[in-house]
Ligand binder design. Structure first.
Ligand code: FAD
Ligand code: SIN
Length: 524
């Protein structure tokens, strides 16, 4: 099947691109699982934008660069932040019901921001954004939404019927999750908007499908990836043995919540950083980790019970209800929290037009490394990046449309040498093993020896997974396992290349920060 443009992923980045392209071209949006079930749906805190008269672009840019420990590309930071107010305006036009205070948008505050600048829809901003984007996409006859299809690999010159071997991308091979059939979908341009790789870690706030598929597909096809060692850990994920990945938004700290040592009741953040609970995420996550490890704790406490109950319920209705269902009344008692993987700062290298290294291939959102986040993402800058780069990629495709050739005939998916698996247990076992050693060896505090241990395990698992992939029919679980392993390898190799501590990459073997910030760029 051939379309003008194929977009992989129906979160904030993918649907923003689809809506801009769908005004002129035939667009296919492919997503695994149900449409719009990526991280966008789960976003809580909001979207950062300079909208208050006392705030400036310069301050938002400075906060972003400070959080990113100087590894950000200034050109990208300016590009994104200056486009934020327009992005909020578009979302409002699409019907996102942002919270208001009188006639103005209500702005909340989060760590690392020197100003109140986060627009939000209560504490469930992502759901409101996802719903509005999906509704608009469904209403556009030029946009075909194809859920339940997991993309396996990009189609490139290697797959042309008349083999050219070029790096030109012509679309994707995708597995129909209902029938098990694999089809080739071709297009003049392809946009990857597949989200992050958080599920490489045992504890993550990200949804089940955050397995780095787009990053792995682009890497296998020959695109560079960069700064994969910059994995962000959110300081406050709920500690609960049954509910393993429920985020407690940073806005709880922004609105006055304190972090306490549960054993002593001591409010410890001022001991670690003068910005206390509002220090950037890497600082707070390391402080929580240090308290937990030093005192042998299971969790630390996040406490906002000193604020009036009505204030807490009004600002955090979703979290309040969720916790109440688990027997925790956050208006009366502290919430047990632990750090958990939250965001993938590194990814596919893109320029300001969302172009990757490969002709015909664009990327936007969490699967990319655009230069915005540097060594640590500033809170609520991520959805913003999705809107700005979704638009930018679409604008570039439209501007150069005449230069995009029609896709050539390509080879079908070859299943002649595979059979149905009789060893599904291998997938589950390897999936768990990767996530466990990544958590233990490639977590918040790293050492070269632990990274090398992880690298050794990845090498061993690669043989096993490649062998399995070569012999059995693909399933979504297998596709994800293969990509998870690929991304784990990219994270570890990047971490081993960085001989300093900067932002999210903190290693006991190289505790100092080098004078010159440099990206870790991996070449396929
Ligand atoms: P996603 O929204 O993750 O969408 C990825 C899409 O790709 C999905 O449709 C998925 O099905 C599809 N996909 C993936 N692989 C394949 C494949 N192989 N084949 C087909 N389809 C595929 N950021 C903020 O700025 N503000 C916040 O308040 C905020 N809160 C957050 C709270 C939580 C709990 C989490 C986890 C993240 C939060 N973030 C927040 C980060 C932000 O939500 C994400 O970075 C952002 O939503 C990513 O959007 P995306 O479009 O790049 O990807
Ligand atoms: C949160 O609400 O704490 C998440 C915000 C973000 O990840 O940007």
């Amino acid at each position: 099947m051939t379309y003008d443009v194929i977009i992989v992923g129906s979160g904030a980045a993918g649907l923003t691109a689809a809506l801009a392209l769908g005004e002129h071209l035939e667009v296919l949006v492919v997503a695994k699982g149900a449409q719009g079930t990526g991280s966008t749906l789960w976003a809580q805190g909001g979207i950062a934008a300079v909208l208050d008269s006392g705030d400036t672009f310069e301050e938002h840019i400075r906060d972003t660069m400070v959080a990113g420990a100087g590894l950000n590309r200034l050109e990208t930071v300016e590009f994104v932040i200056e486009r934020a107010p327009l992005a909020i305006e578009r979302l409002t036009e699409l019907g996102v019901p942002f919270n208001m205070e009188g006639n103005a948008l209500h702005l909340t505050r989060e760590g690392g921001h020197s100003h109140r600048r986060i627009v939000h829809v209560d504490d469930a901003t992502g759901r409101a954004v996802q719903d509005a984007l999906l509704k608009a996409a469904e209403a556009n006859p030029n946009i075909t939404l194809l859920g339940g299809h997991a993309c396996i690999d990009l189609i490139t010159g290697r797959h042309e019927l008349r083999y050219s071997g070029s790096g030109r991308v012509w679309g994707v091979y995708a597995l129909d999750e209902a029938t098990g059939r694999v089809e080739a979908y071709t297009a003049r341009a392809t946009v990857l908007a597949t989200g992050g790789a958080g599920r490489c870690y045992l504890f993550s706030t990200a949804p089940r499908g955050a397995t780095g598929d787009g990053i792995a597909m682009a890497w296998r096809a020959g695109a560079r990836v960069s700064n994969m060692e910059m994995m962000q850990f959110h300081p406050t994920c709920l500690y609960n043995l049954d509910v393993k990945n429920f985020l407690i938004t940073e806005a709880v700290r922004g609105e006055g919540g304190h972090l306490l040592n549960p054993r002593t009741g001591h409010r410890y953040m001022p001991d670690y950083d003068e910005r206390a609970e509002l220090a950037p995420r890497d600082v707070v996550a390391r402080a929580n980790d240090a308290e937990i490890k030093r005192d042998g704790l299971d969790y630390v406490h996040l406490d906002i019970s000193h604020k009036p109950p009505e204030f807490v319920k009004h600002h955090f209705p979703t979290i309040y209800e969720k916790l109440l269902g688990l027997g925790i009344d956050m208006t009366k008692e502290p919430i047990p929290v632990v750090p958990a993987q939250h965001y993938t700062c590194g990814g596919i290298v893109i320029d300001l037009n969302g172009r990757t290294d490969l002709p015909g291939l664009y990327a936007a959102g969490e699967c990319t490394e655009s230069g915005l986040h540097g060594a640590n993402r500033l809170a609520s800058n991520s959805l913003l990046e999705c809107f700005v780069f979704g638009e930018a990629a679409a604008a570039d495709i439209l501007a150069h449309w005449d230069a995009f050739d029609e896709p050539p005939p390509v080879r079908g998916w070859d299943e002649s040498r595979v059979t149905n698996s009789d060893e599904e247990v291998i997938i589950k076992q390897n999936w768990t093993e990767i996530r466990r050693f990544m958590w233990n060896y490639v977590g918040i505090v790293r050492t070269t020896r632990r990274l090398e241990r992880a690298q050794h395990r990845i090498k061993m698992l690669r043989d096993e997974v490649d062998d399995y992939y070569g012999h059995f029919r693909v399933s979504t679980d297998l596709i994800e396992l293969r990509n998870l392993l690929e991304c784990a390898g990219l994270i570890v190799n990047s971490a081993l290349k960085r001989h300093e501590s900067r932002g999210l990459h903190y290693t006991l073997d190289f505790p100092r920060t080098l004078p010159m910030p440099r990206d870790t760029v991996l070449l396929p």
